[in-house]
Design a protein around this ligand. Structure first.
Ligand code: NAD
Ligand code: WQD
Length: 396
């Protein structure tokens, strides 16, 4: 099916990665439905998606954007539903029988918090996802892209990290939810292939008992994101963390606008060149495109009669230290931001750098944007929106 015919349900579509992905889906010709309980986001992000889609449409010479004049509620149908609410989810699928696949972002993601309230994390991330998978199965929607994380690799034995690296040693309850969910989705795919074989045998024996022929097989792509950062280059959409950010780049951005005094660098005694941890920072717009690539890959495979589950690293393949990131962001901002070296943060590992070659090859996807673009885009977003989506803009 061509993208323009497909409707994708995006859970967590109001969040940081979700909102950038919703925009990318619309730009590539998909239709979308969004489910979010707004526990870590606001509806304003979808208004911004709508606005940006309109801007893209106005500057496009093709007629692919005729829906750009639709109001936001029509362009992006939104349902404020918690993924723990099975009936609520079922109603969304009932209301939108056109949904053909799901991109599943919804869940809780704060590593430190997950150590304090693990049951909440297991409940939302695991029970919520199992609910979603059950409802999808009930409605014969058996195609999913799942947000996994580089955290599933724990402290990996080898850098850059290939997908076959063990995923048993994750450092936090949050990380373990991703490990368990990867297993759950794989198990579902395997069992669905067996079910389909049995069903096909039954069809051969009693063809008349079956008025409609179903396909029970699942397709899944597990995307292991490394460190998403940056914002849409327009400065209109970006990350809007609630409270004090846990992550390096949004923290630095808040120091730059004066909301926070200084950055604490968590340890400079790691076994790396400058003693600070190395991560693989990936522009959120590149990451959004990774989801479109995953959908396209599953479509191609399904057309060839192939189903199943596969994991991919989404990263650039280049690691940067905390000091490298401070330097790069200072350059974007045009001044030195204050920082102080403090103790290590429990659970941090020295180096998480992706080997992204499998995604490059099989998803036909590659991170395109540079570190400088990432920092410039983050700064544009934060400078224009010092209080995120709550920033009050003067009317011209
Ligand atoms: P986010 O918090 O901005 O987005 C998640 C969205 O899910 C939010 O809009 C939130 O309101 C919604 N949500 C939370 N609980 C929900 C529930 N019970 N029912 C319905 N909606 C719910 O986070 P993000 O950074 O956009 O991350 C998206 C996904 O990617 C998450 O699954 C996260 O674990 C994963 N991930 C994120 C990162 C990262 O660094 N941002 C890295 C790796 C993986
Ligand atoms: C990056 C580096 C810190 C904040 C986390 C999750 C991971 C994924 C991405 C969801 C580390 C250092 C940070 C600060 C610092 N999320 N740092 N001062 O820890 O690599 O990954 O987000 O899935 O699962 O674990 O990202 O941005 O928190 O940290 O020095 O105030 O910056 O020690 O070396 P991390 P991060």
């Amino acid at each position: 099916m061509s993208p323009s015919k497909q409707t994708i349900l995006v859970t967590g579509g109001c969040g940081y990665i979700g909102s950038h992905t919703v925009l990318r889906l619309l730009e590539t010709g998909y239709k979308v439905v969004v489910v979010d309980n707004l526990s870590n986001s606001s509806y304003e992000s979808l208004r911004r998606v709508h606005k940006l889609y309109g801007i893209t449409a106005a500057s496009s010479s093709t007629s692919n954007f005729e829906d750009a004049s639709l109001p936001v509620e029509t362009l992006i149908p939104f349902h404020q539903v918690d993924i723990l609410d099975r009936e609520g989810l079922a109603k969304v699928f009932e209301f939108h029988p056109e949904i053909s696949a799901v991109i599943h972002f919804a869940g809780r993601k704060a590593v430190g918090e997950s150590g304090r309230i693990p049951l909440d994390y297991y409940n939302v991330n695991i029970s919520g996802t199992v609910n979603l998978l059950q409802v999808m199965d009930e409605f014969h929607v058996r195609k999913i892209v799942f947000s996994s994380s580089a955290t599933v690799y724990g402290d990996p034995p080898r850098i850059p990290i290939p997908e076959e690296s063990p995923i048993v040693a994750s450092m936090s309850p949050y990380g373990r939810t991703k490990v368990f969910l990867e297993h759950i989705i794989k198990d579902l795919c395997v069992s669905s292939a067996v079910k389909q074989q049995e069903y096909l045998k039954e069809l051969e024996v009693h063809p008349k008992d079956h008025k409609k022929v179903y396909n029970y097989e699942w397709s899944a792509v597990l995307l292991r994101y490394f460190n998403p950062a940056g914002a849409h280059p327009s400065g209109i959409m970006g990350e809007d963390p609630q409270g004090i950010p846990n992550n390096l780049m949004p923290f630095l951005a808040q120091v730059a606008v004066g909301n926070l005094e200084k950055l604490s660098v968590f340890g400079n005694d790691y076994p790396t060149a400058d003693g600070t941890c190395i991560r693989d920072y990936l522009h959120v717009v590149d990451l959004a495109q990774g989801h479109v690539a995953a959908l396209e890959k599953m479509d191609k495979e399904q057309a060839a009669g192939t189903y199943g589950c596969k994991a991919y690293n989404l990263g650039t393949g280049t690691g940067y230290s905390v000091f490298d990131m401070i330097k790069a962001f200072n350059k974007a901002v045009g001044r030195e931001l204050p920082h102080v070296v403090t103790a290590r943060r429990p659970g941090d590992v020295p180096n998480l750098t992706a080997d992204p070659r499998l995604a490059n090859r099989e998803l036909n996807w590659k991170a395109e944007k540079s570190l400088d673009e990432m920092c410039a885009d983050l700064w544009r977003w934060q400078r224009n929106n010092p209080y995120g989506y709550n920033t009050v803009h003067e009317k011209n």
